[in-house]
Design a protein around this ligand. Structure first.
Ligand code: IPE
Ligand code: IPE
Ligand code: MG
Length: 234
């Protein structure tokens, strides 16, 4: 793995928790718990391999339309892993940045998320962005509205600076599990030239080996950004 070209920024759409659980005749919440465990496994492995930035889609803005019971389960998991068991997140060694409209979350969850962001703010080796109540269109619109309020025209760089991912380079590779081939309102502006990789595996069963396969596949791709390949360009 060491010698292949890795993405600097890897983004993960962790989909399929509910189906994984339902197939095992277990409640959806069981899948979400297994999904969190796998997030630690896969993010830890990505950092171990040398990926510097990982962004995970944990909860979309549209997911807030799910039954309150499921949302309460998810908030309970946030409560556990940002507070009581925060060591698991701290052990990843990364700066933790929670991205999204946190105001819709229970107040105590917001407090523990903010505390963890502060606690890890000085870490520079790696970054873990956790998208919670995040929607890419909502983010683009708040950025446009801020530009309008400031009376400014924007270019690509100044627009990036108004997005929730300000200062973070665009994702090089987006992996989606759960056998769905769509972005579901994730990083739409930033994904302009991201490589996309879709796995039929449900998120809780996406293994370290599956991650390595995706990274090997990424390394084999020719990223042209609209130009020609290196040799043809010369
Ligand atoms: C992804 O798994 C996690 C969240 C959206 C919170 P899902 O809950 O969407 O699982 P499926 O797609 O229904 O299997
Ligand atoms: C995308 O999964 C959001 C997350 C993984 C957090 P969804 O399950 O919400 O996406 P759709 O509804 O299948 O497009
Ligand atoms: Mg889903």
């Amino acid at each position: 793995m060491k010698e292949i070209k890795l993405p600097v920024h890897l983004a993960l759409i962790m989909d399929g928790n509910g189906r994984w659980a339902t197939r095992r005749l277990r409640p959806r919440a069981f899948g979400h718990r297994a999904g969190v465990q796998n997030m630690f496994r896969i993010c830890g492995h990505a950092f171990h391999l040398g990926v510097q930035i990982v962004t995970v889609f944990a909860l979309s803005a549209e997911n807030l339309t799910r039954p309150q019971e499921e949302l309460d389960e998810l908030y309970g998991l946030f409560r556990t892993f940002f507070d009581k068991k925060k060591d698991k997140l701290l052990e990843l060694g990364a700066r933790i940045n929670v991205i999204g409209d946190l105001s819709a979350l229970p107040a105590d969850v917001q407090v523990s998320m903010r505390a963890l962001m502060e606690e890890t703010a000085q870490r520079t080796a790696s970054l873990l962005n956790i998208c919670v109540n995040y929607g890419a269109r909502q983010d683009v619109l708040q950025a446009v509205n801020r530009a309008v309020a400031l009376g400014r025209f924007v270019d690509d760089a100044s627009f990036h600076a108004l997005l929730l991912t300000a200062g973070v380079p665009d994702p090089d590779l987006i992996i989606r599990t759960g056998n769905e081939m769509r972005l579901s309102n994730f990083l739409l502006y930033q994904a302009a030239y991201a490589e996309l990789y879709f796995s039929p595996k449900m998120w809780p069963e996406f293994s370290r080996r599956d991650l390595e396969k995706a990274l090997v596949n990424y390394a084999s791709r020719s990223r042209r950004f609209g130009g020609l390949r290196g040799k043809e360009q010369a």
